[in-house]
Design a binder for this molecule. Structure first.
Ligand SMILES: [Zn+2]
Ligand SMILES: [Zn+2]
Length: 77
């Protein structure tokens, strides 16, 4: 239910510490640009998503909350 440290590290480097969210339902317009803080499974574990880098998205707290909010069956982290 959590990414290995190596994947987290790569995701953080890849995003340069910035939230990777581009969701249109978020308060921000376009890329978020806030400082990232949490790691999100793009495809939920229950839907067959894994703990690999390609399924990892570095998000700020707010966007991570949104990602698990409305219209999502992923539930809470
Ligand atoms: Zn964000
Ligand atoms: Zn967002």
């Amino acid at each position: 239910m959590a990414f290995p440290e190596s994947v987290k590290q790569q995701a953080r480097l890849r995003s340069r510490g910035i939230c990777q969210c581009v969701r249109e339902t978020c308060p921000h317009v376009g890329p978020c640009k806030a400082s990232g803080a949490e790691y999100h499974h793009k495809k939920g574990l229950r839907n067959g998503g894994g703990d690999e880098l390609s399924n990892c998205q570095f998000l700020c707290k707010q966007c991570h909350g949104q990602a698990h909010g409305e219209g999502s069956s992923l539930g809470r982290i």
